[in-house]
Design a binder for this molecule. Structure first.
Ligand SMILES: Nc1ncnc2c1ncn2[C@@H]1O[C@H](COP(=O)(O)OP(=O)(O)OP(=O)(O)O)[C@@H](O)[C@H]1O
Length: 279
């Protein structure tokens, strides 16, 4: 069963002069086994939506339902938090334990699961580290290693849904690539991944479907290329297109019949067709 939002509205400080309608009558399903990207200009409601998905916030109106469990019912929260793990921006800032092993075992313990050293080492391997890290202090790791450790410590809880706010922010190209490989491999293992990102290249590379928020409402939702196609026409201030979509848009505006592609490589193919005069 997916995560479903039914007529969800979220208002900060309702009934006061500080009232803000952050999300307005949202209806959607986050389908399982794929990567969904949430994009939108600043203040469009992305972070609010993430916090609604694991019950950190509950809707002012409407319902968020995770595998049949309504988040606004307190009794459901522990199960929902195990299923839906939320990783905020810069999760490495929340590392606290003395050793990498303690860091990895803390979360699962809270959900009644004692990890062995072997299981902890397996989690490290999943994020491209190894068992030699187990006895080290998390604080002596590099920025990228800390980020991977923070993600590994959440994977120990075996979430069904993994939600990340800007997962690759401020990492160098190698660090970014490691996180991308990890997310794609988690998808292969059946984890449903949802990311918020301002980086359109990242969204184009990783995501199967995209949700576009604009001032608390859904501006577009669907398969990646359909959404980029829609965005070409809509032009939402504060939202750019990935380079390949910009190139296609430019070619189309000059009267060339080129199709919307899914990657830079295919876009190059379209350009070659134009240059050869096939289009
Ligand atoms: N704690 C809060 N109290 C009052 N208003 C808030 C609070 N948090 C967010 N808002 C407002 O709710 C709206 C949506 O904010 P949200 O943080 O969800 O947007 P966002 O799309 O994540 O933005 P960004 O891309 O800048 O992170 C904004 O108008 C914001 O000012």
């Amino acid at each position: 069963m997916p995560i479903t939002l039914k007529d969800v509205t979220f208002v900060y400080n309702p009934g006061t002069p500080m009232e803000v309608i952050a999300l307005n009558t949202i209806n959607l399903n986050f389908n399982e086994g794929i990567i969904t990207g949430i994009i939108g200009p600043t203040g469009s409601g992305k972070s609010t939506l993430l916090m609604l998905l694991n019950g950190l916030l509950t809707p002012t109106r409407g319902n968020v339902v995770v595998d049949g469990l309504v988040t606004s019912k307190k009794a459901n929260l522990k199960t929902i938090r195990q299923k839906v793990q939320l990783i905020f921006q810069y999760p490495e800032h929340q590392l606290f334990a003395e050793t990498v092993f303690d860091e990895l075992t803390f979360g699962p313990k809270n959900f009644g699961r004692e990890l062995t050293e072997g299981q902890a080492a397996e989690l490290l391997r999943q994020v491209g580290l190894d068992e030699t890290y187990l006895k080290r202090s998390p604080f002596e790791l590099s920025g990228g290693e800390k980020r991977r450790l923070a993600i590994a410590s959440v994977l120990g809880i075996s979430p069904k849904y993994l939600i990340l706010d800007e997962p690759a922010a401020a990492l160098d190209p190698v660090g970014k690539e490691t996180i991308y490989r990890l997310l794609l491999s988690l998808k292969k293992q059946g984890v449903t991944v949802i990311i918020v990102s301002h980086n359109m290249e990242e969204v184009a590379y990783l995501c199967d479907q995209i949700l576009v928020l604009d001032r608390g409402r859904i501006a577009a939702f669907g398969e990646k290329n359909e959404v980029f196609h829609k965005l070409m026409e809509k032009n939402i201030p504060g939202l750019s297109l990935p380079v390949y979509a910009q190139v296609i848009k430019l070619l189309q505006s000059r009267g060339h019949k080129v199709k919307m592609t899914a990657s830079l490589e295919e876009t190059v193919g379209e350009i070659i067709r134009v240059v050869r005069g096939d289009a």
